[in-house]
Design a protein around this ligand. Structure first.
Ligand code: FAD
Length: 375
């Protein structure tokens, strides 16, 4: 394990923001990660805890300019194992620090399908179950069979099944425990996926992707084609990491799509997007295989609300030269144009959230994890 030493956290996040931390440890192996966890137990006593922060790819983190006054562990563990479980399925387990998109590409190279629509998402494998990463009609929770965690309260390794993980729309039991304790209770060590041995994709579920592929919704196509098209679509929206593209100096979508009761949704203008919500868990989800449609709930589009509240692509508080602006290609991404501070980003996010509340009475919730900051 690299010795803990002070470092600027901006070097670890895709916003390129975050001040200093006195002790940053990089865990390159599972033993190093377990040593760090053992040295930083968690007591759910309600008393103030020593602060601990885990960082994977830093693509869903907005860290304060003042930094983080505690112990930071950067998870860089590596390794992928496969085992054929049935005549059609292969179980693949990846260590938490593996790069997500490289892992997706690897599964496709192995002739395994399922993860193709989640191509091009930045970050680590270990972070994906936490917010149940999703894109283009697939959520990772649909394909996860279990997650191996270190429980910092019990001080032991546990294997949580998909049912115990209670996946919902951008949430899971892991995320809820993290919010409750203010720090992760469950440190993800590895994630296990059940994937089909097939070169064909899952049925295409997302209208824009189907149209790009020139197929009907529900069609299966070569999984490699889905990957290529998803990456091209993402790139056109600044949603693929690219140091030269400031639209990708972000955490992807800054706000989640609001889930509304049917009465509140009925008050939205007729042309507001409305999507079904499935409830297989205590929370709500849109994952197509994760439950039945809940007739009491409707999901709308945060990007649509933001645009209709008057915030256009590229919007900044001080005009086009603002250091923090909405992406020039996607109103849902808040971006650092180079010289922004975390405080600049928060000021912009507050303005957008308040504008949507004023216009529609809907409270947008941030998707990234805010460290030392609040909206
Ligand atoms: C350009 C861009 C596009 C994006 N597109 C999407 C998208 O389409 N869909 C989507 O869902 N998300 C998207 N995101 C958000 C982000 O990529 C995902 O949430 C990703 O899974 C975060 O992974 P990470 O390793 O970077 O996590 P980090 O940002 O490092 O951490 C996020 C949270 O997870 C915790 N954490 C990290 N690793 C562990 C671990 N091993 N154990 C316990 N806790 C841990 C951290 O403490 C933190 O609370 C996008 C981000 C960017 C920048």
């Amino acid at each position: 394990m690299s010795q803990a030493h002070p470092q600027e956290l901006s070097g670890f996040t895709t916003f390129r923001l975050g001040g200093p931390a006195p002790q940053v440890t990089v865990a390159n192996t599972r033993d190093e990660l377990l040593d760090f966890c053992a040295a930083h137990p968690l007591e759910l006593s309600g008393q103030e805890q020593a602060h601990v922060l885990f960082i994977g790819g830093g693509s869903n983190l907005l860290i304060a300019d003042a930094g983080f006054d505690g112990a930071v562990c950067v998870v860089r563990t590596a390794g992928v194992e496969t085992a054929e479980t049935t005549t059609t399925d292969t179980r693949v387990t990846a260590e938490a620090g593996e790069d997500w998109d490289a892992f997706v590409a690897h599964t496709l190279d192995l002739g395994l399908s399922g993860l193709e629509a989640l191509s091009g998402i930045p970050g680590s494998v270990g972070a994906t179950p936490i917010q149940n990463v999703g894109a283009y009609g697939t959520e990772v929770g649909e394909l996860i069979s279990s997650v191996e965690v270190f429980d910092r309260v019990a001080g032991q390794i546990r294997h949580l099944t998909a049912v115990e993980l209670e996946f919902g729309y951008r949430t899971s039991a892991l995320k809820r425990a993290q919010i409750a304790a203010g720090t992760p209770q469950f440190v993800v060590l590895s994630v296990t996926f059940d994937l089909q041995r097939s070169d064909e994709s899952l049925p295409v579920r997302y209208a824009q992707l189907a149209s790009t592929l020139d197929v009907e919704i529900g069609t299966r196509v070569p999984a490699a084609r889905v990957r290529e098209n998803v990456i091209a679509l993402r790139r056109s929206k600044g949603m693929v990491l690219d140091a030269a593209d400031h639209d990708s100096w972000s955490a992807g979508s800054f706000f989640t799509n609001p889930v509304l009761g049917v009465e509140q949704a009925a008050e939205l203008p007729a042309d507001a997007p409305r999507f079904p919500v499935r409830s297989a868990t205590p929370e709500t989800t849109t994952g197509p295989s994760l439950g039945v449609v809940d007739p009491a709930l409707v999901k709308t589009s945060a990007a649509w609300l933001i645009e209709r509240a008057g915030f256009t692509k590229g919007f900044g508080l001080a005009g086009e030269h603002s250091p923090a602006r909405l992406s020039t290609r996607h109103t849902l991404a808040i971006t650092n144009r180079g010289g922004a501070t975390a405080a600049d980003l928060v000021a912009l996010a507050r303005t957008v959230r308040d504008g949507v509340r004023e216009k529609f009475g809907i409270e947008l919730e941030p998707e990234p994890v805010l460290v030392g900051l609040a909206l």
